[in-house]
Design a protein around this ligand. Structure first.
Ligand code: FMN
Length: 207
């Protein structure tokens, strides 16, 4: 059984176009033989940024190797997935802070990565794939015509650090630009999602 983890940070819920696009992947993963789909809805997780007390507890737990502690529940779930799909809208060049607060809990030394003798990070996550799904109101590129895509860059670096071999970004952009046909743009992205789903199924159903 291969475990897919769907991290849903589509703040606008059923109104969200990012969620609609991500649905083309996750709906296709449901009820597939050999695939188990787990969803974590960040909007329902009561996540808060780490405060001083959290950091102290976290350091103590890491030092004593208590990785089974409930403090690390979300981290364990993330670390044990075979593939991860994260969906979040493009906000302020990046993603909503809620996702940042979630990811802040994923880089745990001794659990999702460790340092080698050269002081380099070595990823310890089980996942071999991460797909990041996003939609953007404008375009990525160089300002003022486009926005820097700090979200994609962040996710790619995170994958590298945590040992997740392949990163894909599925996106639709220009959805809020006056005169653009947002429905048509989204449909084109959905076609890419269908191809990506087939490729993911091919990869994971045959192993
Ligand atoms: C708080 C906020 C910040 C945003 N920042 C950007 C931005 O920096 N660049 C951009 O192109 N669009 C930006 N947008 C527009 C969204 O990326 C766009 O509407 C996206 O499709 C929303 O996804 P959703 O339908 O899943 O909520 C922003 C929207 C919101 C609500």
């Amino acid at each position: 059984m291969k475990k897919f983890l769907f991290v849903d940070c589509c703040i606008r819920g059923e109104e969200s176009r990012t969620k609609e696009l991500a649905g083309c992947l996750v709906d296709g993963l449901e009820n597939r033989q050999g695939i188990e789909l787990e969803t974590v809805r960040l909007m329902e997780c009561d996540l808060k940024p780490l405060d001083a007390g959290d950091v102290k507890l976290r350091n103590e737990l890491i030092a004593s190797g208590c990785f089974e502690n409930p403090f690390f529940d979300l981290t364990r779930q993330f670390a044990s997935a075979d593939a991860i799909i994260i969906a979040a809208p493009f906000w302020d060049f990046s993603f909503p802070s809620l996702l940042r607060v979630y990811l802040e809990r994923m880089c745990v030394s001794g659990m999702t990565f460790h340092y080698n003798e050269k002081g380099e990070t070595v990823g310890d996550c089980r996942a071999s794939r991460m797909v990041y799904v996003t939609t953007r109101g404008g375009y990525t590129g160089v300002m003022p015509a486009g926005y820097p895509d700090l979200a994609g860059e962040y996710m790619r670096a995170l994958c590298q650090m945590l040992g997740i071999g392949r990163f894909d970004c599925l996106s639709a952009e220009g959805l809020d630009i006056y005169g653009n046909d947002a429905g048509a743009i989204l449909n084109t992205a959905k076609e890419r999602a269908a191809c990506l789903l087939e490729e993911l199924l091919h990869t994971f159903e045959n192993v």
